[in-house]
Design a binder for this molecule. Structure first.
Ligand code: ADP
Ligand code: MG
Length: 473
């Protein structure tokens, strides 16, 4: 059998107002060549100016990935020619990137794994090309968009791990606000390196690289296909060729693009127009303090401190706003399990149904807290609370207002219930006799009490009192 070795190079566009080295807007546009200026189209004599926000955000990501940050960050030129790169070089960070030697914790099927990060560096995106039969069109909107590249060590060992890593990384981008990481807009793309080695081997096998895969599902399919293809080659005594392959998302196969025999020499040198940037300890501390608790840690906390299942914890942390909402209710004194129940069973269902976010929900954490407390205090039943929830968001009124408008108070007074119970029992001595003989008439009595109180008697209390009163006879 062969061991699978995978390393990923993930590109993600950073969310900023302007581009990495120019003042043109960094925004998604339907119209080609709308957000461009001389720097982005690479006219002679241009001078790039580093974007402070992009730089700060890339440092934030580096810290979130537990990377070592350098004292000085430098930009380098990576020289190559391609029509989507009008300057003839890409400004990137080769010598002193924003981060090296980090890690990300992932969880696959309940098992934790530490994924090592080789480095993370800030560079610029290229223009985009659209190919038609005999001609191609170029759109410079993407040219110069800040791009963060995260490079893992070859330490992933299955398609599932690779996808989980990508989902975890995406979560970190979203939680920190560094990127919107939308794969459907090409904001997050991935180069996938795959090799196989004999179980007993001590050296890695020859790797194949698949460039620019733009959905997590395609990453999974491409890896699975490569594992199969390389296994067949090795089994029949052949050798895997080091090359770049393309994944075709129609027939779900990979095809050779170019072999990597002679490694490309990019003639890197320090970008002369951007001075090295000094990183002070105070800047690092400041940025660290802005990183919220991330998904992995939140899940640990929800399971460990609040006793939630991994399944529920995963659902809650999926969206940071939902997770923040949940934590807010706990701060207000709600029991974590009942808050989680409300979120996973009712609130998220409602949000999904109407495709709205939790900040569009009329019911604030404070109102949910009020609602749950009314149930806990026996003021309303849990069945009634659901009715109140929907009325509350429909009419945009506080839960207490809805409860009084519907006359939904529960009877929890012992004497009131007992009087009714005694009356009901008095009317049916025959049924008490039947009960003694082993026939179940208890439910009938409960039903009668409920009927007489129009469903407002507290059910637990009612049952207890009926039992007590029957014992007496
Ligand atoms: P290159 O010099 O070919 O660009 P690098 O060493 O810079 O290779 O690694 C690029 C990516 O390939 C990294 O994500 C790394 O983890 C991955 N990688 C390196 N060697 C292997 C291998 N044998 N199998 C799978 N992935 C690998
Ligand atoms: Mg490399």
């Amino acid at each position: 059998m062969y061991k699978v070795v995978i390393g990923l190079e993930v590109h993600c566009e950073v969310k900023t107002n302007s581009k990495n080295f120019s003042s043109s807007r960094n925004t998604y546009s339907e119209y080609p060549n709308e957000n461009i200026d001389t720097v982005d189209i690479g006219l002679p004599g241009i001078l790039p100016v580093a974007n402070k926000d992009a730089f700060r955000k890339s440092l934030m990501m580096s810290l979130a990935l537990h990377c070592k940050t350098p004292d000085i960050v430098m930009f380098d030129r990576k020289n190559y020619y391609y029509p989507d790169l009008p300057k003839g070089y890409q400004i990137t960070q080769e010598t002193k990137p924003v981060g090296r030697d980090g890690y990300v914790m992932i969880n696959v099927d309940g098992i934790d794994k530490k994924i090592l990060i080789n480095n993370i560096h800030l560079e610029e995106d290229t223009a985009s090309l659209d190919h038609f039969g005999t001609y191609s069109l170029i759109d410079y909107n993407r040219s110069g968009v800040p791009l963060l590249e995260t490079v893992t060590e070859p330490c992933l060992s299955s398609a599932e791990e690779a996808v989980t890593f990508l989902e975890t990384l995406k979560g970190i981008f979203l939680y920190t606000g560094v990127s919107e990481a939308r794969t459907d807009r090409g904001q997050m793309r991935c180069d996938v390196n795959v090799s196989l080695m004999e179980d007993t081997a001590t050296e890695f096998g020859t790797k194949v690289e698949m460039k620019n895969i733009n959905s997590f599902n395609n990453v999974k399919l491409a890896i699975e296909y490569e594992i199969k293809r390389q296994t067949e080659i090795l089994k029949s005594g052949g050798k895997v060729v080091q090359e770049t392959r393309r994944f075709d998302d129609e027939d779900l196969k990979t095809y050779s693009m170019r072999s990597k025999v002679d490694a490309v020499d990019y003639k890197y040198y320090i970008e002369p127009n951007i001075p090295p940037i000094k990183i002070s300890d105070s800047l690092i501390e400041e940025i660290k303090s802005e990183i919220p608790m991330l998904q992995y840690e939140r899940v640990q906390k929800y399971m460990g401190e609040y006793g939630l299942s991994r399944y529920d914890s995963d659902i809650i942390v999926k969206d940071k706003k939902v997770s923040d909402y949940f934590e807010e209710t706990i701060k207000l004194g709600v029991d974590p399990k009942s808050s989680a129940n409300w979120l996973t069973s009712i609130i998220l269902g409602h949000l999904n149904k109407y495709e709205i976010g939790i900040d569009d929900l009329y019911l604030t954490p404070k109102m949910l807290c009020e609602l749950i407390k009314m149930v806990d205090a026996g003021k309303i039943s849990s069945k009634q609370s659901k009715q109140v929830f929907f009325k509350c968001i429909e009419e945009e009124k506080e839960p207490s207002v809805i409860v009084s408008e519907l006359g939904m108070t529960q009877i929890t007074d012992d004497k009131t219930i007992r009087d009714i119970v005694v009356k009901v029992l008095d009317e049916h001595p025959d049924l008490i006799e039947d009960h003694r003989k082993g026939k179940n008439t208890f439910d009938y009595f409960v039903g009668q009490v409920m009927k007489q109180t129009r469903g407002q008697a507290n059910p637990t209390l009612t049952k207890d009192i009926i039992l007590e009163e029957m014992e007496k006879r």
